[in-house]
Structure formats: C-alpha cells, structure tokens
Design a binder for this molecule. Structure first.
Ligand SMILES: Cc1cc2nc3c(=O)[nH]c(=O)nc-3n(C[C@H](O)[C@H](O)[C@H](O)COP(=O)(O)O)c2cc1C
Length: 397
C-alpha cells in the first residue's frame, strides 16, 4: 500500500477524482510493460482533505493499494509473526541486479534479502507521486497553467517535433491518442517495432521525455537564493524519478556548442497586446506571459536566472534502459561470492511512456509549490485575487 500526504493545498480547489485515476491509469499504460501493471489497476482513495470534490485546506491523504498484496502475505508482513520463514526464504533474492539499488542498498542498510531494498527502491512508489501530482495539476489548471509530459524519443526512435503553431490542446490530443504518449504517429509505430525487437533480444530500452507547461506566469522561482531557482527545483524533482539520468532546460546541452547570439531569446515588445500562440489558450486569472514582453524563440525553456520568464516552461529528461534484463548481466551471489547471472524479477522492457506521466506529475508538484509561494492563500479565491493583482502590476510595466 502506498500512502501520500499532500500539505499546503488551498481550500476550494476542484479535484476531479476520475482525472486522478486517469493519470494513474496512464502511468500503468504503454507497450513493453511487465506483469505487475496487469495485476494492479491503481485507484486513488482519498482519505482526508477533500469534501464533495473540493479541497478543504487541510492535509490531503491518498492511499493507492497494491492489488497483489495477497500474493505477498507471509513474506512481507510487518510483525514478526506475520512472516513465515520458509515462505520468505523461497522468495528471497541474493543476486543484485546491475543498474538497481540492490547491491548498494543491501550493503548500506545491512540487509541479507535484497527484497528489503528493491521493494522500496522500486518505481512502484511513483503511483503515489502521480496521484499527488494530479491534485497539483488540478490547482494549476484552475489558474490557467497546463502541464503535459510526453515521449520525444524511445530507444533509437526520435519523434519529429510537432509543426510550429500546434496548439497545446492539439498536442495533448495527439499524445493521448498514442499508447507510447508520442505526438508523432509514424514515430509511435517505429517505437512499437523497436520494443518488439528489444523484447525478442531479451533486452530493454530507455528514451527521452519532454515536459511542457503553458500559462506559467512570469516570476515563479527566484535567483535570490540558490535553492529557490525554478530550473534547479525542476531538475532535482525530475532526476528523483527512478532511472532518470539527465535533465535539460530549453535547448539544454545543445547550448554548449552554440555562440551566445544563437543561444538566447531576444526580448521584443508587443504593441498589439496579443499573446503568444502557446500561451494564448491558457484560460484563468493570469494566463501566463510577461505582460507586453515577448520572445520570438524559447531556447531558455521559459526560465532565466532561475525565474519563469512568461514563456512556456520546457524541460527534457533522459531515462536509461530498464536495468532488469531477461538476458541478465554478470553479478554475484551475495551468500557465496560466486560470480553468476543477476537475478530477474518481473519487469518492463521499457517504461518511458509511463515515466512521462510521472515526469508530468512531479513537474506539476514543483510548479504548484512555486505558484503557492508567490500567490499563496488559504483558498483558491484568494490565490486568484493575488494572481489578478500581480497580473495588473505586470501589465502596467
Ligand atoms: C515508471 C517506471 C517504471 C519502471 N519499471 C521498471 C521495471 O519494470 N523494471 C526495472 O528493472 N526497472 C524499472 N524502472 C527503473 C528502476 O526503478 C530504476 O532504474 C532503479 O530503481 C535504479 O534507480 P536509478 O536508475 O535511478 O539508478 C522503472 C522506472 C520508472 C520511472
């Protein structure tokens, strides 16, 4: 069972429970997934902080149950009398899998059975993060900020970016129509083929995820203290997801090989008062942007000096291939020291589409936190008034 407690959410935020469960379902989707996803079919049970589909301003308690718990009774019970030694030994693991926390965790916490490590280190906990993130996304949507996590590369397949001018709504529609959560239909087909080939080769695949947030007001995060920087906070949150190995903001690593004149975004003044396409459709009290200041490009990914600059926030995160392999790498039996193939636990061939839902959720959490730091109030109405006052201030500059 997973238990999450979300503190600090203002009262009056509408939370659509079916939306939260939809996110949990999306986290379980995608081709190349292992048996666990079929067993589990997650649902979020709200056990506090919500009444009639609205937040109350109190901590929000969410439970996501493990549907396969009955299979583990007598093995993983909490009490001394809840573990049957024979059953537990039959399920015990002693061959650490390279690329997992198994070896370091067993040595660090002095555990004999690697199961003590892998049950907690597993990405299973991301179901809780998705449920919490889904509530944060509801707050953001209520003030006109929308967030999308999608797949831009899987294994060797790289998607063609959507044509310029593609609306956020059209992008979401294309992403949700693809079981790989990739807006490019041809790339989705090629991803299926890559997964099929990796499965035949008893191997695994990683990929690249993009998170896009539109309607983000100028001024979230701060340069004033290093730990308040929005880019650093997004990067830390995204890197905290299992298997993520690199984060880029905007053009990211590409900037290292460009000249300054090609790496930054010029500031132009929009005398017509029209909004940028991507931010245009964001409804709500602010709707994003930086008043009359616009950028013809968004190489910075909507963040300069650790502060959102009114352009869409754009971050990318690279996921390594799944480390549990049907054709295992070399490892050692920790009881005997004998060099032997690593253990195998039921596993995905790839989890990149699912991880894009997790990335969306954790980015939603960080953005909601940064939003509340700046515009926080006890109720959604108060947050909206604070935002509206700030929007008027920005519009006057
Ligand atoms: C949504 C998601 C699903 C995952 N599924 C698996 C899996 O089925 N098998 C596996 O070996 N690793 C899986 N991983 C990756 C491991 O959890 C991760 O590689 C491992 O915990 C080691 O952490 P590190 O890669 O960050 O060092 C998954 C990760 C995510 C985000």
């Amino acid at each position: 069972m997973l238990l999450a407690i979300l503190e600090g959410m203002p009262a009056g935020v509408p939370v659509r429970l079916d939306q939260v469960d939809k996110k949990l379902r999306q986290r379980q989707g995608g081709p190349g997934r292992g048996g666990r996803q079929r067993i589990e079919q997650d649902r979020a049970e709200f056990v506090g902080g919500l009444r009639g589909g609205q937040t109350l301003g109190s901590p929000i308690g969410i439970i996501v149950r493990n549907r396969d718990w009955p299979n583990w009774q007598g093995v993983l019970g909490a009490g001394a009398d809840e573990v049957d030694a024979e059953k537990a030994e039959a399920k015990a693991l002693y061959r650490p899998r390279p690329g997992h926390a198994d070896l370091a965790g067993a040595l660090k916490y002095d555990r004999r059975d690697l199961r003590d490590v892998l049950e907690r280190a597993s990405a299973r906990e991301t179901a809780a993060r998705v449920a919490v993130g889904a509530v944060c996304l509801e707050l953001l949507a209520a003030v006109g900020v929308r967030v999308l996590g999608h797949v831009v590369a899987l294994g060797p397949v790289r998607a063609t970016p959507p044509p310029t001018g593609t609306t956020f709504a059209a992008l979401i529609e294309a992403v949700e129509a693809s079981d790989c959560r990739c807006a490019d239909t041809a790339a989705t087909a090629a991803m299926h083929e890559a997964i099929r080939e990796a499965t035949l080769a008893r191997d695994s695949l990683g990929g690249l995820i993009e998170v896009l947030a539109v309607g983000v007001p100028v001024g979230l995060g701060s340069y004033a203290s290093s730990d308040r920087r929005l880019d650093g906070r997004l990067a830390a949150a995204l890197m905290s997801i299992q298997a993520m190995k690199a984060v880029e903001v905007g053009i990211g690593a590409e900037a290292a090989r460009l000249r300054g004149s090609a790496a930054h975004d010029e500031i132009v003044v929009d005398t017509e008062g029209s909004a940028l396409a991507a931010n245009e459709e964001a409804a709500g009290s602010f709707g994003g942007g930086a008043g009359r200041y616009r950028r013809p490009t968004n190489r910075a990914g909507g963040i300069e000096g650790g502060v959102s600059n009114g352009e869409p926030v754009l971050v990318r995160v690279a996921m390594k291939p799944i480390p549990t392999l049907l054709k295992p790498l070399r490892s050692a039996d920790m009881r005997t020291g004998e060099v032997i193939a690593a253990g195998y636990e039921r596993s995905d061939i790839t989890s990149v589409p699912a991880a894009s839902v997790v990335a969306e959720a954790v980015a939603g959490f960080v953005l909601a936190q940064a939003l509340l730091e700046k515009f926080g109030g006890d109720s959604l109405g108060e947050v909206r008034r604070n935002l509206a006052g700030y929007a008027a201030q920005v519009a006057g500059r």
